[in-house]
Design a protein around this ligand. Structure first.
Ligand code: ANZ
Ligand code: ZN
Length: 811
């Protein structure tokens, strides 16, 4: 058994703390490197292998960068509001404020035991008034800017969580948290106008160094669609409506139109005769989720309203139907149906015997590709793209249509009927309406004494002392808003607050933020692609437009770590009994072995199944390294060394040393930790082999050893400090400069070349095969025999014939 254990972890953690080794240097912002890992929920299950996989390897990366001269800022905190903490509280009956604070204490201790370079002095905890004051401030600023508004709308409702959900929190029609089926409910809610930024959010994605898949997901979520709107008048009624279409070139092929069942025109359009069937249809449609309604495989259904609409391009009357495949929340909630060229319309028309008329030349119907127009009067013969332009032009002329861009992205619904969140800082006054809480009155504190178990209504409504207040405008009795903010609002600006976390006067100092941000490297799970990562981008842009920051994007470069699975290859979960508790392993192996196993055992962006054998073998590796270093140190003192050293013995070790420097640097930089560590293992073998050489060059051994420990340091920080000290070096290895490799040492193959002077061979030398022309010249002129021969002469020319000879012209 080796000596490395948790006592060594503790020893160095204390020393780092005592000496303030990792304190961010505020006077060296030019060399700043903002390394950010997504902060965690303080849940009851505490720090798990997934957190470790996020934080450990990234800390190693940050250490490597530190040794390369960067002034690293790596803050940590807790995303402490929200459902996980609240649900835990409900389950255990302990007040969320108490359980959250308690969980934070435990998790902070666990995080410290990891021995990462976290800048704890910059910690933020979102559920504390000194933080959520700024969450509320942000909301007020957005409100001032017209980016926060209230409206009555059908919202996603989770009957089990008893709260509304943002679109992003509904996965295939089910609640992202509890997996209950999501229903619809009409409620007056607060929204943030993220759609104002839809275009920029889309455009700027391509400037980001993010995983391609995440960028694609965000693009799809924003869902820009370019098309046109066309106005259909209702025959015999003073009503008209618009349809959104991406295929206005098919306008002559419209044989009917379909409205969403919820479209507000439906009642006005429905004739007496069809009232009963329309009502019945509307009832059934209510029960379907948007996801079900959009499903490609589901049979399309609908009913006729009895009314007809007039096609703006040719005056033709077409029947108006309602059908649940048309969503009321997209476009205009109405579509023109072109069964000849659209799959859904084709299926619908076939089912209900509606006419199908080709307007694009091509294959079998439904023909959905672009093509040449037919049956389209003066537009016949145009190709689809030309026809789109021409038809819109005509619609514009008669004032019955225009070009139109639509986004799939909806405004961000931020009110929650839950207790554990930042209260929305608004007041409802009978006389003045909705009045924002004045900034000086922030924070609006979340009261402790509230029945927090959810029953579908906001728990804060039950707290008289919270609800009753006075209107900041007129002074009359008024009521506070009782909804709380979605926790994604808290995490939408935490990276800014980290830089100035103790400031009680302002959310953050702009000048400082502009120097500290954007975040240089952000690392976290891919599940946030369309939520947190999108919200944070929006908030950064909104703050930029309000003048608080001068950059466009919060996270320049993003990496998603993979998922660590249970030993059975399944996702870890308590119910499956396959969870790995880091604490137990750390007690047995020490923090560095745990960290190093995670880094060596898995591709960082891939993850994989946990293996006890895997961590054991890293434990053995660390023990071996310890023995080798011990042996090396003894050799440094061995008086028999240095007497008759043979140079060629050093060559091999030197090769592996520089090979490791080169590759650990390159792979480490790319977060390819497993291959970087593999290079360290090769270096270890070479070191061990050199120890068997009879007589050693002590200076050389020491140099190699110094590099060895430096290279190992990011991956095994406590262990490396201990070895560095054993070697008699001064604290700390993390103040050392990262080694640089020597390209010459990496050349293994040599070739013999002849050197001529004025055409006569004078000497033969061995040079590396890939030495460049300059290098060959230099080597030739430095050869002792050649030097003697050209003494007193002037070198006129040196001709190099690669791989064969060098001819020196001298006289
Ligand atoms: C006529 C047409 C003909 C269409 C054709 C397509 C092909 P994206 O790309 O997603 O924007 N649509 C418009 N609003 C809708 C709604 N609220 N619910 C369901 N479908 C809706 O899709 C735009 C197309 O989806 C529009 O173009 C419209 O059908 C339909 F050969 O109009 B199209
Ligand atoms: Zn008032």
């Amino acid at each position: 058994m080796g000596n490395y254990n948790t006592n060594i972890d503790k020893k160095w953690q204390e020393k780092w703390e005592e000496t303030g080794l990792y304190k961010f240097d505020n006077n060296n912002l030019d060399k700043k490197l903002y390394v950010l890992e997504m902060f965690s929920y303080p849940s009851g299950s505490q720090l798990h292998a997934g957190h470790w996989f996020n934080y450990g390897p990234v800390d190693s990366w940050a250490r490597l960068k530190r040794m390369q001269g960067y002034n690293v800022f790596q803050p940590m905190g807790f995303d402490a509001f929200g459902l996980p903490a609240e649900n835990f509280a409900i389950k255990t009956g302990i007040h969320p404020m108490d359980s959250t604070e308690k969980n934070i204490v435990t998790m902070e201790k666990q995080l410290r035991a990891m021995g990462a370079m976290f800048n704890w002095e910059n910690e933020v905890i979102t559920c504390r008034p000194d933080y959520y004051k700024w969450t509320q401030w942000l909301f007020l600023k957005l409100y001032e800017k017209g980016l926060a508004y209230r409206k009555n709308a059908p919202v996603n409702w989770c009957p089990s969580c008893n709260t509304v959900l943002a679109n992003e929190q509904v996965v295939d029609g089910f609640c992202e948290r509890c997996e209950s089926e999501v229903t619809k409910k009409n409620l007056t809610q607060w929204f943030l106008k993220i759609t104002d930024y839809a275009d920029e959010l889309l455009e700027k994605i391509d400037t980001l160094d993010w995983p391609e898949k995440t960028k694609a997901m965000q693009k799809h979520w924003i869902g820009k669609s370019t098309g046109a709107e066309a106005t259909f008048k209702v025959d015999g009624k003073d009503i008209e409506f618009d349809v959104f279409t991406t295929r206005v070139d098919t306008l002559f092929g419209v044989t009917y139109v379909v409205l969403a069942p919820e479209n507000e025109l439906v009642d006005k359009l429905t004739t007496e005769e069809f009232k009963a069937s329309v009502e019945e249809y509307k009832e059934t449609a209510k029960k379907q989720s948007d996801i079900e309604r959009q499903s490609i495989t589901r049979e399309k259904t609908g009913v006729f309203t009895g009314s007809y609409a007039v096609n703006p391009i040719n005056g033709r009357k077409v029947p108006i139907w309602i059908g649940d495949y048309v969503l009321n929340t997209y476009g205009t909630g109405a579509v023109m149906a072109v069964p000849a060229h659209d799959e859904r319309d084709f299926a619908f028309a076939t089912k209900y015997n509606l006419s199908i008329e080709r307007v694009i030349e091509g294959g079998e119907l439904p023909f959905t590709e672009k093509g040449t127009l037919v049956n389209s009067e003066e537009f016949n013969g145009l190709c689809s793209d030309e026809a789109k332009e021409a038809i819109v032009k005509k619609l514009e002329k008669i004032d019955l249509g225009a070009k139109k861009v639509n986004f799939r992205l909806r405004d961000w619904l931020v009110s929650r009927q839950r207790y554990w969140g930042a209260p929305i800082p608004m007041i409802h006054c009978e006389k003045c309406g909705v009045v924002p809480v004045p900034e000086k009155d922030l924070p609006v504190e979340l009261p402790y004494d509230v029945e927090f178990a959810p029953d579908g209504k906001s728990p804060l409504a039950k707290s008289e002392s919270f609800v009753n207040t006075t209107c900041p405008c007129c002074g009359a009795a008024a009521k506070r808003e009782v909804d709380t903010l979605d926790t994604f609002v808290c995490s939408s600006f935490y990276y800014l607050r980290y830089t100035d976390n103790k400031n009680g006067e302002i959310c953050f100092d702009s000048e400082r933020a502009n120097k500290m941000l954007p975040v240089d490297k952000y690392v976290g799970g891919p599940e946030h692609a369309c939520m947190h990562l999108l919200y944070a981008r929006f908030i950064t842009k909104a703050l930029r437009d309000m003048g608080y920051v001068n950059f466009d994007e919060p996270f320049k470069s993003l990496t998603h770590q993979g998922l660590i699975l249970g030993p059975d290859g399944l996702k870890m979960s308590k119910s499956k009994g396959n969870t790995i508790s880091p604490d137990d392993y750390i007690k047995e192996f020490g923090a560095d072995v745990f960290r190093m196993y995670l880094m060596f055992g898995f591709g960082y962006t891939e993850g994989g199944a946990w293996s006890d054998d895997g961590i054991k073998s890293i434990g053995k590796f660390i023990e071996r390294v310890e023995r080798i270093i011990e042996h090396s140190i003894a050799e440094l003192r061995n008086k028999d060394n240095n007497k008759d050293v043979i140079e060629s013995d050093e060559k091999e070790l030197n090769y592996w040393r520089h090979f490791a420097i080169k590759n650990v640097t390159e792979d480490g930089d790319k977060m390819q930790f497993n291959t970087a560590i593999a290079r360290m293992m090769e270096f270890t073998n070479a070191l061990s082999k050199y120890l068997n050489v009879k007589v050693k060059n002590v200076n050389f051994l020491k140099e190699a050893l110094v590099d060895y420990i430096k290279l190992l340091a990011p991956f095994a920080p406590h262990f490396a400090e201990e070895q560095w000290e054993a070697l008699g070096m001064s604290f700390s290895v993390f103040n050392e400069k990262w080694p640089e490799f020597d390209a010459n040492a990496l050349i293994k193959d040599e070739v013999e070349i002849a050197i001529q002077i004025n055409g006569k061979i004078k000497a033969k030398i061995n040079i590396p095969t890939n030495l460049d022309e300059e290098g060959i010249k230099e080597a030739s002129l430095n050869n002792e025999i050649i030097k003697e021969n050209i003494e007193g002469k002037t070198v006129r020319k040196v001709i190099v014939i690669k791989g064969r000879l060098v001819n020196i012209v001298a006289n």
